[in-house]
Write a protein that binds this ligand. Structure first.
Ligand code: 5AD
Ligand code: SF4
Length: 349
């Protein structure tokens, strides 16, 4: 597929045209990866972050947010819940941290989660940019997937949505993704859709960036305004001319599925902010992964990267049953107890 083909897909308009695009991508997903989708229990370890991304509610300089870090036992409790509930994998996600204590705690947690699940739970980490040594240490402890979004593959946009300093370097970001791939992680990246300054051409380039990296997994979602961030005050001039805001994220999922048929694509929680069935629509547009929140309820409302995050008052049990009901309503099937590794990763040799 060439640039123009991708752009044509992203410019799709009209309900029946959209539905046939989504169906084409969904059918291709079913043909290549099977009918089932896979779940990853998401555990939000800590909202402490050294970075200051202009769009994110848990950025370092947001002083109005109470900070937390889950204890070792709280994390294990959630991981155990995921295992008992027949989830194949968990994701440990958190703000970017550079302290040794946190690094060691993550390594210890990864080992322990492997142990208490008899090696059955797959472990994904999503803990920002780290030196290659740290990535290697966590990999050797038993983590086998890592998520690090590029946020925007346009260097120009990247620098407009991040402070211009050595802590927010586009080059270092790309290098970190390359390091993860080299170390042997099943590697995921992604972008936000509908950022200020972003055009449809930028989105096409984002898709081509994933392809150029031969990435194994992608998580993309709509950019959502957080009023207590610098970008929250920037007028949103991004109008892709769609009938609904969720259309472009769904078209991105379909375009990516057609471009990279064997990768894992997540239907992200941010989609659910735009539509109560957002994640299910994401699956119907070609995604194959959902990451239900397993974080204990007492801290959920503090992991507010964007506002109106769904499910902040629910516990893991309620999150799970609501999702299962929704998926059932839409006739979607879950691959219980399976890792659901990216076929693009398994067949890379
Ligand atoms: N809207 C949507 N997604 C956001 N993220 C951070 N802030 C926002 C926002 N305001 C996403 C980023 C980051 C992930 C943890 O959350 O893509 O990689
Ligand atoms: Fe920190 Fe990630 Fe938010 Fe940036 S997007 S401020 S690195 S949690």
């Amino acid at each position: 597929m060439h640039k123009n083909d991708l752009k044509d897909i992203l410019l799709t308009k009209g309900e029946s045209e959209l539905q046939s695009l989504y169906k084409r991508a969904y059918d291709l997903k079913c043909k290549n990866l099977g009918i089932k989708l896979h779940l990853r229990g998401l555990i939000e370890l800590s909202n402490i972050c050294v970075k200051n991304c202009y769009y994110c509610g848990i950025r370092h300089d947001n002083r109005s947010l109470a900070r937390y870090e889950l204890t070792y036992d709280q994390v294990l409790e959630s991981a155990l819940f995921a295992h008992k509930s027949n989830y194949g994998s968990v994701v440990l996600q958190g703000g970017e941290r550079t302290d040794d204590r946190f690094r060691l705690k993550v390594a210890k947690l990864v080992k322990k989660i492997k142990e208490i699940s008899n090696g059955e739970l797959g472990i994904t980490l999503s803990l920002g940019e780290q030196p290659a040594d740290v990535y290697r240490e966590w990999y050797n402890s038993g983590a086998h997937r890592y998520l690090l979004r590029i946020e925007s593959s346009s260097q120009e946009i990247y620098y407009r949505i991040h402070p211009q300093d050595s802590n927010h370097s586009f080059e270092k970001r790309v290098e970190a993704i390359d390091n993860l791939m080299k170390i042997g992680y099943q590697t995921g990246t992604g972008v936000m859709i509908g950022l200020p300054y972003q055009t449809v051409d930028n989105l096409v380039d984002d898709l081509l960036f994933f392809k150029s990296k031969n990435i194994h997994m992608v998580g993309m979602g709509p950019y959502l305004v957080h009023s207590k961030t610098p970008l929250g005050n920037v007028k949103l001039d991004t109008d892709f001319g769609d009938a609904r805001k969720i259309d472009m994220p769904l078209k991105m999922i379909s375009a990516l599925r057609l471009l990279m048929p064997n990768i894992n694509i997540a239907a992200t929680t941010a989609l659910q902010v735009l539509d109560p069935y957002g994640r299910e629509l994401g699956i119907k547009a070609g995604a194959n992964i959902i990451m239900p929140n397993m974080t204990i309820p007492t801290v959920r409302s503090k992991y507010t990267i964007y506002e109106n995050k769904p499910g902040v008052n629910d516990d893991a049990e309620i999150t799970k049953s609501k999702l299962e009901r929704n998926l059932n309503d839409m006739g979607l099937e879950i691959g219980w107890k399976e890792w659901g590794d990216s076929l693009a990763f398994k067949t890379k040799e």
